[in-house]
Design a protein around this ligand. Structure first.
Ligand code: PMV
Length: 310
């Protein structure tokens, strides 16, 4: 048996849409950080049959079978996998639980079959389950370029020591539609989708530079463009997709007014109503204080940049 821990991967520049649906290859390049405060712990053992238990509940196998089959085929094995996974945060609520979940699963299954396997290869297995999981394998700041089969490390966990993420849990509970289905619908029906794919590459390249020199005031507007353009493809899909809650928008307005007062704070959102806010340590307390005062019904968690799957 092997016990694996992994952190979710929060995209600052988003992957949304696939270049190859069957192989789960992303159409846009993403740049992300791992969230240290959130942890998935997964136990994997070899067994006669496949079985997955998520936070104490038996999970439907069809979501995992193509992934298990691929790992067995690639690593020349016919072993079954018995999996038990727990998270210290809500799953399927737009907190990237599939990234840490599939990263931990890919790591556990492949290390059991081949202890010498490379992280690159594990990353390409993880991608089959969830493309963002390919990034969770590596520490710190990571990229998954468009068209790529595997993610890559960009900068280590300690690259930007003052960077903090405030995670606003606007509404816990499962989201109405999976990111997989939502991105499919955006790609097939939104007239803005081709433009999104075209523009996101320049956002990615500029954001890489901003992260390199650790300039949040430069990175922030690029992050905003990325998530807002991604949501534009959802709002204009047929039928439209709304992950936001009214409280998400209220919070975005608060962030804008705090920025106008001089706070260097920049948000991003994923396939769910939660808002993730980047800031630097010297402004963390002041930001949290202002947010809690104006949004007493939202819970705010704080994280540093996290390490690799291990
Ligand atoms: O990897 P998936 O299928 O969970 O999709 C992730 C999509 C976003 O979280 C919205 C963006 C990203 O790059 O993580």
């Amino acid at each position: 048996m092997i016990v694996v821990t992994s952190h979710p991967s929060l995209a600052l520049i988003k992957y949304w849409g696939k270049k190859n649906v069957e192989k789960n290859i992303p159409a846009t390049s993403s740049l992300a950080i791992n969230l240290e405060a959130f942890v998935t712990t997964t136990k994997v053992a070899l067994s006669d049959e496949d079985r997955v238990i998520l936070n104490g509940k038996e999970a439907p196998l069809p979501r995992f079978l193509p992934f298990f089959e691929r790992v067995r085929q690639k690593l020349s094995s016919n072993a079954g996998f018995s999996v038990e996974s727990t998270t210290n945060f809500p799953v399927a609520a737009g907190l990237a639980s599939s990234s840490s979940g599939f990263a931990a699963l890919a790591f556990g299954c492949s290390k059991l079959l081949n202890p010498k396997i490379s992280t690159q290869e594990i990353s390409s297995f993880a991608r089959l389950g969830s493309a963002s999981a390919a990034r969770s394998l590596f520490e710190g700041f990571t990229i998954l370029p468009q068209g790529a089969e595997t993610a890559a490390p960009l900068f280590p966990q300690n690259h930007w020591p003052e960077l903090r993420v405030i995670i606003a849990i606007v509404k816990a509970g499962e989201k109405p539609i999976s990111s997989r289905e939502a991105m499919k619908r955006s790609a097939l029906t939104s007239p803005l989708y081709p433009k999104w794919v075209e523009e996101s590459e320049s956002l990615f390249l500029e954001a890489k530079e901003a992260v390199k020199v650790r300039q949040l005031a430069r990175l922030g507007p690029l992050m905003q463009k990325s998530y807002l353009q991604m949501f534009a493809t959802q709002f204009t899909a047929a039928p439209p997709i709304f992950f936001w809650e009214p409280e998400s928008l209220n919070l975005l307005k608060t962030l804008e007014s705090l920025r106008n007062l001089g706070l260097n704070i920049w948000e991003t959102m994923d396939a769910g109503p939660q808002v993730k806010i980047l800031c630097e340590e010297p402004q963390l307390e002041q930001t949290l204080h202002a947010l809690k005062k104006q949004h007493p019904n939202i819970s705010f968690l704080t994280s540093k940049v996290g390490g690799a799957t291990r």
